[in-house]
Design a protein around this ligand. Structure first.
Ligand code: SIN
Length: 285
C-alpha cells in the first residue's frame, strides 16, 4: 500500500510541499485523488526530490487532465508536449515570463494547470512568484470591485507573441535561448469574465491580468488601461503572494484558474532550465 501523502502548507498566501509520493512511478487512483484535493486547496504544489524523466513528467501530467495546447513555443526534440523554460548563463535580454500572467489565458478554453520540473537550477535567484486570485478578490476594496463586477476582459497573445510583440522578431535577433515561435496567430482575441467561479471548486476568483488581457470589453483604451493597471497592482500585492524557491529535481504544479505567476531573475551568469507541460481543461474545468 502506498504511504500517505504528507502535505506541508507554505504558510504564505498559497502553496504547499508534498512528500510521501514517488513521481517516478505511476500513481494509484488514491494518490491522484489526494494530490488533486491538495492542489485545489493550496493551488500550487511542490514535490521535492523527484528525479523524474520526461516520461515521468508526461505521465504525471496526464493523471490530471489531457495535455493542453502550447502555442508559440516549440516542444523539446522528441516530445510533443514538453517545452523548455531556458535561460543560458550568458543571456542578457529580458527575462521570459517576468510579468504576472495565467498561462495561455487567451485561449478559448485556457489550461487548468501547469507542471514545471527543475532540471538545472541556479544557486541563487530564479524564484517563481504565485499570487492567489481568490484571496485577491475576497479582500478587494468595494470601490475597485464595483469597477470590475460583471465585466468581461479581452485576452490576446499579441503583446507577447505577435511578430512585433515582446518575444517577436526583435527578441529573436537578441538571441534568446528559448524556442519561441512568434506568429500572426497571436493577434486573435478571446473574451473571459474578469471574475470567474473556479470550474472545480466554484470559489470565485479573478481570472487573468493585464498583459494577456489587452482591454476591458466596453471601455475605451484609456479607461481600460487605467482599470487594468489598478487591478494588477492589487492582484500582485505581497499579502496574496507565495514565493517559490526551486531545487533541482523538484516538480511544481499550479492551478492557472486560481493563481497568477511570474518569473524572477537574480541568477546572472548561471544556466536555468526547467521542463514544462500543460494540464488541459477537462470537460468541466
Ligand atoms: C513560466 O511562466 O512558465 C515560467 C516561470 C519561471 O520561469 O519561473
Amino acid at each position: 500500500m502506498a504511504a500517505a501523502l504528507h502535505i506541508e502548507p507554505s504558510g504564505q498566501a498559497c502553496g504547499a510541499t508534498v512528500r510521501g509520493v514517488d513521481l517516478t512511478r505511476p500513481l494509484s487512483a488514491d494518490q491522484v485523488a489526494g494530490v488533486r484535493t491538495a492542489w485545489l486547496e493550496h493551488h500550487v504544489l511542490a514535490f521535492p526530490d523527484q528525479a523524474m524523466s520526461d516520461d515521468d513528467l508526461e505521465r504525471f501530467t496526464l493523471a490530471f487532465g489531457p495535455f493542453g495546447d502550447d502555442p508559440f513555443i516549440a516542444p523539446i526534440p522528441g516530445r510533443d508536449h514538453i517545452i523548455e523554460i531556458r535561460r543560458n548563463a550568458e543571456e542578457t535580454g529580458p527575462l521570459f515570463a517576468e510579468n504576472w500572467h495565467s498561462d495561455w489565458s487567451f485561449q478559448a478554453t485556457p489550461p487548468a494547470g501547469t507542471c514545471l520540473f527543475g532540471v538545472t537550477i541556479p544557486p541563487h535567484g530564479g524564484d517563481t512568484l504565485f499570487a492567489n486570485q481568490h484571496l485577491a478578490l475576497e479582500a478587494m476594496p468595494s470601490d475597485l470591485r464595483s469597477r470590475i463586477e460583471g465585466r468581461t476582459a479581452v485576452h490576446s497573445a499579441r503583446g507577447g507573441y505577435a511578430p512585433d510583440g515582446f518575444y517577436g522578431l526583435d527578441d529573436q535577433r537578441r538571441g534568446r535561448s528559448m524556442a519561441i515561435r512568434p506568429s500572426d496567430e497571436a493577434m486573435a482575441t478571446q473574451l473571459h469574465p474578469l471574475i470567474r467561479a473556479h470550474p472545480e471548486t466554484g470559489r470565485l476568483g479573478l481570472f487573468g491580468c493585464v498583459g494577456y488581457i489587452i482591454a476591458v470589453d466596453g471601455l475605451d483604451e484609456e479607461d481600460s488601461r487605467e482599470l487594468l493597471t489598478d487591478l494588477v497592482r492589487w492582484q500582485g500585492r505581497d499579502e496574496f503572494v507565495y514565493r517559490h524557491r526551486w531545487e533541482p529535481d523538484m516538480l511544481v504544479m499550479w492551478d492557472n484558474r486560481s493563481v497568477l505567476h511570474r518569473a524572477t531573475g537574480g541568477y546572472e551568469g548561471h544556466d536555468r532550465v526547467l521542463h514544462r507541460t500543460t494540464i488541459g481543461a477537462r470537460r468541466s474545468s
